[in-house]
Design a protein around this ligand. Sequence first.
Ligand SMILES: Nc1ncnc2c1ncn2[C@@H]1O[C@H](COP(=O)(O)OP(=O)(O)OP(=O)(O)O)[C@@H](O)[C@H]1O
Length: 297
Amino acid sequence: MTTALTVRTENLSVRFAGVPALDRLDLRLAPGKIHGLLGRNGSGKSTLAATLAGFRRPDEGRVLIEGGDLGPAQEPYENAVVTSRVCLIRESGDVPDSVPVRYALRLAAALRPYWDADLAAELVERFEIPQNKKIQKLSRGKKSALGVIVGLASRAPLTIFDESYLGMDVPSRHLFYDVLLADYAEVPRTIVLSTHLVSEVSTMLEEVVILDKGRLVTQSAVDALRGRGASIVGPAAAVDQFTAGFTVLAEERLGGTKSTTVLGDLDPVLLAQAASAGLEVGPVGLQDLFVHLTGVK
Ligand SMILES: Nc1ncnc2c1ncn2[C@@H]1O[C@H](COP(=O)(O)OP(=O)(O)OP(=O)(O)O)[C@@H](O)[C@H]1O
């Protein structure tokens, strides 16, 4: 049976030629949740994903993985017991290129202790992957889909998708999200989705880690993060009057109606004022917060 794992990093740093890609990260990924690993290009997402999966040795600090039948915390690097329970799928698909699809699936079945062959077969059908074709002959999208299938059917207690679905078209990506949610409900495990497509995955995420230039910007439950701001919708003049003095994260206007996203907690007095001005107050979008927190202009 798959048992979700807990991941911790302590003062984790990874450097390339002396330049930090990860800079003293202290994180805790709770077991059995879907975590978003968010950051702009070059922020360190792939380096973190590879280090969590044991592909890379930290230059400083450590990664600790614990829980389930693993027992006490262990470091993943050069640790076959831990890495057999961790599946990292990168954009390349992380499958050998020169062999037919059916062989790659057999290989995954042999290597992955929690492999679900029925799920793999079902997904190969649903994503319409030609089983006899060599992987190098697949289109980029189908190659990505095969990687995703391996990631899902591995049912690893810690499963990390590092932008592995970006090559897929929109319907295929949505199929991936649907299958991921359904399978996660059936077999809970710790899932990390590394992405910059924040708006597309935001409804699936329970926790987020936001990186910027290798540093931790924030780690938070999505609900708590969304509570850091508010979106105010209503007649444009009333919205402008109400939001004057707030830090504005985003504005959108449609005819006489305006939606303004602001940073800050709205107390009950402000909420009552908004209601009496005919304004609707909702949570802030994750994408708007991400843009604000990572300084994208
Ligand atoms: N093998 C490597 N050699 C040298 N520098 C590297 C290497 N891998 C990553 N880096 C550098 O480390 C930093 C973090 O890169 P990383 O790929 O982890 O970021 P990322 O958030 O995954 O980016 P993206 O969204 O563009 O994939 C970048 O400055 C990158 O240039």
